[in-house]
Design a protein around this ligand. Structure first.
Ligand code: C2E
Ligand code: MG
Ligand code: MG
Ligand code: MG
Length: 291
């Protein structure tokens, strides 16, 4: 093949590239081991209804408790497996673990729904719906309405027809579907019209800067306006303060998630947080003030 391309254009042997490929294969194997060895863990971040100062759910966020490197964030290892079947393996581990956690919380009298992030390739995999329905059937004590899935817009970009079909099938099983990071894609408006999603999550990059950056605020306002026109429920990510919350409530966005409410935390810490919600009174005051 190098010859075909002509003498002046011969392909040079690049030892660096060889090493890079080997390294990325080794890194992927290491992620596989992490799943097998139980090194992955889930943290949970509360989602609240600001109009009532009530917790309405939690989002499951994966971390890697690496024996040498410590606790790794998703950005440090998910890119290594993007587009490979390992993404499905990880997604299935997260789904199964969340179902177990739901069963455990239910036995403790806690009925909060949990949202799970599903990667585009996993969502569009031919067996996604069958595997999910098998998982739900294997745990009849957990109502499918306790499980929610979050997908980013690019999931729809690859194949909008398939995405619509999978989302509808999830909903038919009783699993709600949210669009995550809304506003960061290229054709948000089209997707909003076509995708039958229950919830729209306004991306944290716009929300967290909305108080200091006029164009971010304009994007937040437009997204909220559109979502309301399409009768979709709205959740703002990246709510870092009560000032953010106040601005969002006034724009008509009822649900929120962010460091200003609580950081993602392990399941045990969440139990304690739910019992206390240390700053709940401030949120109650905000809710009654805006009512
Ligand atoms: P995401 O689904 O949009 O999740 C929200 C991210 O924003 C989380 O980062 C969370 O810790 C962070 N966050 C929450 N509140 C605030 C805030 O007030 N300010 C700021 N600046 N950030 C906030 P995390 O846990 O590092 O996850 C990053 C992304 O990795 C997630 O974004 C999601 O796309 C992906 N991810 C996480 N867990 C999973 C998983 O189990 N499966 C898949 N496929 N993707 C996951
Ligand atoms: Mg998410
Ligand atoms: Mg997001
Ligand atoms: Mg994201």
């Amino acid at each position: 093949r190098a010859k075909q391309m002509g003498r002046n254009n011969f392909q040079r042997f690049d030892p660096g590239q060889d090493r890079r490929i080997q390294r990325s294969q080794a890194q992927r194997r290491r992620v596989q081991q992490a799943i097998d060895r139980g090194e992955l863990i889930l943290h949970f971040q509360p989602q609240i209804d600001m109009t009532r100062a009530e917790v309405v759910g939690v989002e499951a966020l994966v971390r890697w408790q690496h024996p040498e490197k410590g606790l790794l964030a998703p950005a440090q290892f998910l890119p290594l497996i993007e587009g490979t079947w390992l993404e499905h393996a990880l997604g299935e581990w997260v789904l199964a673990t969340v179902m177990q956690q739901l069963a455990c919380w239910k036995s403790e009298g806690c009925h909060l729904p949990v949202s799970v992030n599903i990667s585009p390739s996993h969502l569009l995999a031919s067996n996604f719906v069958d595997r999910l329905s098998g998982l739900l059937a294997s745990m009849p004590s957990v109502s499918p309405s306790r499980l929610k899935i979050e997908v980013i817009e690019t999931a729809a970009m690859h194949d909008i027809g398939k995405a619509m079909e999978v989302i509808s099938e999830c909903q038919a099983m009783g699993v709600q579907v949210a669009i995550d990071d809304f506003g960061t894609g290229f054709s948000s408006l089209t997707y909003l019209r076509q995708l039958p999603v229950d919830l729209i999550k306004v991306d944290k990059s716009f929300v967290s800067d909305m108080l200091v950056d006029a164009s971010d605020r304009a994007i937040v306002e437009s997204v909220i306006f559109m979502a309301r026109r399409f009768n979709r429920t709205l959740l703002a990510e990246g709510v870092e303060s009560l000032e953010h919350a106040l601005a969002l409530l006034r724009l008509g966005c009822p649900l929120a998630q962010g460091y200003g409410i609580a950081r993602p935390m392990p399941a045990e810490a969440l139990n304690a947080w739910l019992a206390e919600w240390p700053r709940r009174e401030e949120w109650q005051r905000l809710a009654s003030f805006e009512a």
